[in-house]
Design a protein around this ligand. Structure first.
Ligand SMILES: Nc1ncnc2c1ncn2[C@@H]1O[C@H](COP(=O)(O)OP(=O)(O)OP(=O)(O)O)[C@@H](O)[C@H]1O
Length: 268
């Protein structure tokens, strides 16, 4: 579905590459999370998928085609993109922000507006909010609109760049649950980047833990990062040692348990 094949990227004026020789295949229908410290190249990788950044070497294949040979505008319209701080257009109403994306993908105006209302409902917003401007929304509401906009054209691929980075922990948790519910309704290929390992554990069924220059430290399902960390850097980043987290099976469910035996999460 999405394949990174030996991609590298050095930004102009920079002595060191942001991404160096990165290869990874994102499975169709998975929620794959690229997680790693600030500056390790996560956003650069994500933006290579929709050609907002071009690799200096290597290639990215989307649906089997090298994106370097695809029309960038058509490519971007075929992929949902949810960015940090929602990226809403300030002078357009919420409904317009969502409906425009649907219209650009070829839906007639009235159908696009109906669909936008449906999407606002789907992400837990009252359709009346559609008349407001982005500045009149809370941070959490704006992020929800960002998710609605990413999904309105019904893309089979959704890219999410730190989508909940700007909201407080309680709202963040609500939004995370929303994404899990959306993915249960219809499995898309979601590629998300975050620096928050807890978010990666909660949402990802595949995790790619990155170090400097997008070097892969470990890949696999979340539980493997706790049961079989590849090295000390993984241990340190997941905080598994400090929190003494371990995985236990209780009542048929795989639970993450802390040193006091308290359940900190469910892996499924
Ligand atoms: N447009 C740019 N021009 C020059 N350098 C850039 C540009 N974009 C990113 N970089 C540099 O490339 C490296 C990787 O950046 P990138 O944004 O991909 O990392 P990230 O892991 O997403 O970081 P964060 O979690 O802080 O968003 C960083 O050192 C960053 O400063």
């Amino acid at each position: 579905m999405i394949e990174f094949d030996g991609v590298s990227r050095t930004y102009p004026g920079s002595a060191t590459p942001a991404v160096e020789g990165f290869s990874y295949c994102v499975e169709s229908g998975s929620t794959t999370v690229f997680v790693g410290p600030s500056g390790c190249g996560k956003t650069t990788l994500l933006r290579m998928v929709n050609r907002m950044v071009s690799p200096d070497a290597g290639r990215v294949l989307v649906r089997g085609a090298d994106v370097a040979y695809l029309d960038p505008v058509r490519l971007r319209r075929s992929i949902g993109y949810v960015m940090q701080h929602s990226g809403l257009l300030p002078h357009r109403t919420v409904l317009d922000n969502v409906a425009t994306v649907a219209q650009l993908s070829g839906m007639p105006r009235t159908v696009a507006r109906q669909r936008a209302v449906e999407m606002l409902r789907l992400v837990g917003l009252h359709p009346d909010l559609g008349r407001r401007y982005p500045a009149e929304l809370s941070g959490g509401q704006a992020q929800r609109v960002g998710v609605a906009r990413g999904l309105v054209a019904d893309p089979d691929i959704l890219l999410m760049d730190e989508p909940f980075g700007a909201v407080d922990p309680v709202v963040r948790r609500g939004l995370q649950e929303e994404v899990l519910a959306l993915q249960e309704r219809k499995a898309r290929t979601i590629l998300m980047v975050t620096h928050d390992i807890d978010e990666a554990f909660l949402l990802g069924d595949r995790i790619v833990l990155l170090g400097d220059r997008a070097r892969i430290e470990q890949t696999g399902p979340p539980e493997e990062f706790l049961t079989a960390p590849a090295n000390d850097r993984v241990r340190e980043f997941t905080g598994a040692e400090g929190r003494m987290l371990s995985v236990e099976n209780r009542g048929g469910r795989t639970l993450v348990v802390d040193r006091n035996g308290r359940v900190r999460g469910v892996l499924e």
